[in-house]
Design a protein around this ligand. Structure first.
Ligand SMILES: [Mg+2]
Length: 358
């Protein structure tokens, strides 16, 4: 029997989401290595189909590397308007079961399903029902992880991917965690993993052998987090709404520049901001340009178009047009430029261009 205080967290993660949507909508792409990426030298892979992953192609890899590793791959530019619509559909399914939904991105969310329907459904039953409804209503597969906390549920959803479901029960936590490589823990990236390795710490079990003071001595503040994670402890709540307020990027120049000389940077920053903004579940309505003069005066200009911004080019054009609204002497030099988007709203609260519903 599960104690009442035991939480039931479900992590749902759509399988190769953007690539799967493209394969669903174009039968010619099915069974083929599909890479969703913008064109261009600096572009990175947004998503790769499972066929493409067999060639070692991964998200965030430079698109040129992906092309080299699999010349036969089909490259598709991302259509975030479409992905956001599917994401919305999936969220509507979640809402049938719980209001405690914390989206991590367009294709991933934590759901707290503790005691829903008066405890008549277990976490596994909820996850199975959600997966079935997603498949039925979107023709896409999702993987689910069920566990007593967020961190374990996320590891669990990855365990049987794709199209999988896996539960880590409270009594199985130790058996499951002990052999796990430390790189699987949240916050352990390449650098931390190497550092841990230098202390002969390779698996969660290795960390379990160390005391809290020793871990704090070695890893500072993160030592306590490691101590807890190694014991499967994660009390962080599922936070239903964590709206992003704004997304921005800025650059300080090596030498101060004239206004027109900042244009290439404005273009590059706009592209970078678009890449982040497009992945949000909400749509940004306002574009903000920020400049800092050589005497540290900060100038901002903003614009909110009547219809939602739908491409990197549009965002760039707006940011560049905001440059024209900076009316300072022609000799004024600038030490910093920033581009941002703000005023993020739910998709049903903005006007989309009709042509985007292709
Ligand atoms: Mg996913």
């Amino acid at each position: 029997m599960r104690p009442m205080s035991q939480r039931q967290i479900v992590h749902i993660d759509m399988d190769a989401f953007y690539a799967s949507v493209e394969q669903r909508d174009d039968p010619n792409l099915r069974g083929k290595p599909v890479v969703v990426a913008w064109l261009g030298n600096r572009s990175v892979v947004c998503a790769a189909s499972y066929e493409a992953r067999k060639f070692g192609i991964r998200s965030a890899m430079p698109a040129v590397t992906a092309e080299r590793q699999c010349p036969s791959a089909v490259f598709i530019p991302p259509n975030f308007t479409k992905y956001r619509a599917v994401s919305h559909q999936v969220h509507e399914i979640f809402k049938r079961y719980t209001d405690l939904i914390e989206p991590l991105s367009l294709d991933e969310a934590y759901l707290d399903v503790t005691g829903i329907r008066d405890g008549s459904m277990t976490g596994v039953e909820v996850a199975a029902a959600i997966r079935a409804e997603i498949l039925e209503e979107t023709s896409l597969t999702a993987s689910a992880g069920i566990a007593p906390n967020k961190f374990l549920s996320k590891i669990a959803s990855d365990w049987k991917k794709p199209d999988g479901l896996f539960e880590i029960r409270p009594e199985d936590i130790d058996t499951f965690l002990f052999p796990l490589p430390l790189g699987k823990l949240p916050g352990v990236g390449k650098v931390t993993e190497e550092k841990l390795g230098r202390h002969n710490l390779n698996s969660v079990g290795d960390v379990r052998a160390l005391s809290l003071p020793r871990l704090e001595e070695l890893f500072g503040q993160y030592g306590r987090r490691l101590f807890e994670l190694a014991r499967g402890v994660d009390d962080s709540p599922v936070v239903p709404d964590r709206p992003t307020k704004s997304i921005s990027a800025e650059d300080t120049f090596q030498i101060d520049l004239l206004l027109h000389e900042t244009r290439p940077t404005v273009i590059r920053l706009s592209e970078r901001v678009w890449e982040s903004a497009a992945k949000e579940t909400r749509i940004a309505k306002t574009v903000v340009l920020k400049l800092k003069t050589s005497d540290f005066k900060i100038i901002t200009r903003s614009f909110t178009p009547g219809v939602a911004i739908s491409s990197s080019e549009e965002l760039t054009q707006i940011a560049l047009s905001l440059l024209d609204r900076v009316e300072l002497g022609a000799e004024t030099r600038f030490r910093l430029v920033g581009v941002g988007v703000g005023n993020l709203v739910d998709p049903d609260r903005v006007v989309l261009q009709p042509s985007l519903f292709d």
